[in-house]
Design a protein around this ligand. Structure first.
Ligand code: FE
Ligand code: FE
Ligand code: FE
Length: 184
């Protein structure tokens, strides 16, 4: 029944509302721990995007004529907790801590990408074009953030972590594999 799919979408949007707010607090904390200036700029940008994303979720809730309620996104709570623990386990600031930050952030972005994909499909099925539009803008930002995290890792954090100042490690001459080491 359409009303049930509509209620399902409302619940998923309440989940997104909680998830975004948790992600925002996490990034605000993590920002102070990052060393790479490019990573810090990226986190700062995504903090600002996330503030807009929260407003978009509020607009969607208004369009659906439902209240945010008290739903807590438990998956985001777990992702944030895990990231926080892994960050706290690092004693010093630097490229290794930056890698830990990226790992935690990418898990968070992937959760958001999955969730918004579902939400957009539900809104599409219900013919809610404006909601599809709002959520698609957010989805695009989550995907870009994920890509940028990979880029900053490959271009600056990983070379620094490996101690080779901006150069990607070449496979050793003795191993004639013919293929270059691929960054994950
Ligand atoms: Fe988000
Ligand atoms: Fe959730
Ligand atoms: Fe995000």
């Amino acid at each position: 029944m359409e009303s049930e799919v509509r209620e399902l979408l409302a619940d998923q949007i309440r989940d997104a509302y909680s998830a975004e707010k948790q992600a925002l607090r996490c990034m605000q904390k993590v920002l102070k721990k990052a060393s790479s200036p490019v990573l810090r700029d990226g986190i700062q940008l995504h903090i600002e995007q996330t503030q807009t994303q929260i407003e978009r979720v509020e607009q969607v809730l208004e369009k659906l004529e439902v209240r945010p309620g008290r739903k807590v996104c438990e998956a985001m709570r777990g992702l944030v907790e895990e990231a926080q623990h892994e960050i706290d386990d690092q004693e010093a600031k630097g490229p290794i801590l930056d890698l830990v930050i990226v790992a935690g952030m990418q898990r968070i972005e992937h959760y958001e990408i999955a969730a918004y994909g579902t939400d957009i499909a539900l809104a599409k099925a219900l013919g809610e074009q404006e909601i599809v539009q709002l959520l698609s803008e957010t989805l695009e930002e989550e995907k870009m953030t994920d890509l940028k995290l990979t880029e900053v890792t490959e271009q600056s954090i990983m070379p620094e972590a490996l101690g080779s100042e901006g150069e990607v490690a070449e496979p050793s001459a003795s191993k004639k594999t013919g293929s270059r080491a691929k960054a994950a």
